[in-house]
Design a binder for this molecule. Structure first.
Ligand SMILES: Nc1nc2c(c(=O)[nH]1)N[C@H]1C(S)=C(S)[C@@H](COP(=O)(O)O)O[C@H]1N2
Ligand SMILES: [Mo]
Length: 201
């Protein structure tokens, strides 16, 4: 049986235990972003790890494609109150990126940066230990431009604004520096289970 559409009935127990507080399940995959889609050419696409302004390592698309692959399936939660269950992703784990770069995290914080100049901060511990990837595939197909292709950050245990689309790089920062939404009132961490939507939550 499908659960399409809002019926006005409370969600079944199985759905309820998977829904963080204040969230509603959606079957769609809404597209949310601050501006138009950037133009990205795989020939010039480049992903860079930086410590402050110092580049640690860059990968071209060809080099990136040779990295070990990781799969993850599970639920994602947007601060605008939709959750989507059983999403399937594939990409390169941040652990494998660090290993390939031959570096250890020089600081405890990171800023993810998109090709549209969007930024969002995530503690580095939340990006490692298999908890985050640079996703290139969704549901078995290359990630669409609308959803952040060719590569986006995926940090599914935090609200989805932390999953920066059109990822250009990760920058280690000395302090926990707020990104685009964090500077505009969103929570610095963004745990959906603790309903950390806004500053002070
Ligand atoms: N580069 C970039 N990444 C971004 C955004 C953005 O504006 N630019 N918006 C964020 C927000 S607020 C959300 S809710 C999700 C939406 O991802 P989706 O469009 O794939 O659902 O992307 C996040 N990542
Ligand atoms: Mo969002």
């Amino acid at each position: 049986m499908s659960t399409r559409g809002f019926t006005g009935r409370p969600p079944p127990e199985a759905t309820r235990t998977r829904l963080p507080p204040g969230q509603t399940r959606t079957e769609d995959f809404p597209v949310l972003q601050i501006g138009p889609n950037p133009r990205i050419d795989l020939e010039t696409w480049c992903f860079t790890l930086r410590a402050g302004s110092r580049p640690l390592k860059s990968w071209s698309w060809t080099a990136f494609e040779r990295l070990p692959r990781t799969r993850w399936a599970g639920d994602i939660h947007c601060v605008t109150q939709w959750s989507k269950f059983d999403t399937r992703w594939e990409g390169v784990s941040v652990d494998d990126l660090l290993a390939d770069a031959g570096v250890e995290a020089p600081t405890a914080y990171a800023l993810a940066e998109g090709y549209d100049d969007y930024t969002t901060n995530v503690p580095f511990a939340d990006l490692t230990g298999g908890r985050a990837m640079v996703a290139t595939h969704y549901d078995g197909a290359p990630l669409s431009l609308d959803h952040g292709g060719p590569a986006r950050l995926l940090v599914p245990h935090l609200y989805f604004w932390k999953s920066a689309k059109w990822l250009k790089g990760l920058r280690f920062t000395q302090k926990d520096e707020g990104g685009f939404w964090e500077m505009r009132g969103y929570h610095m961490y963004g745990d959906p289970w603790r309903e950390q939507r806004f500053t002070g939550d």
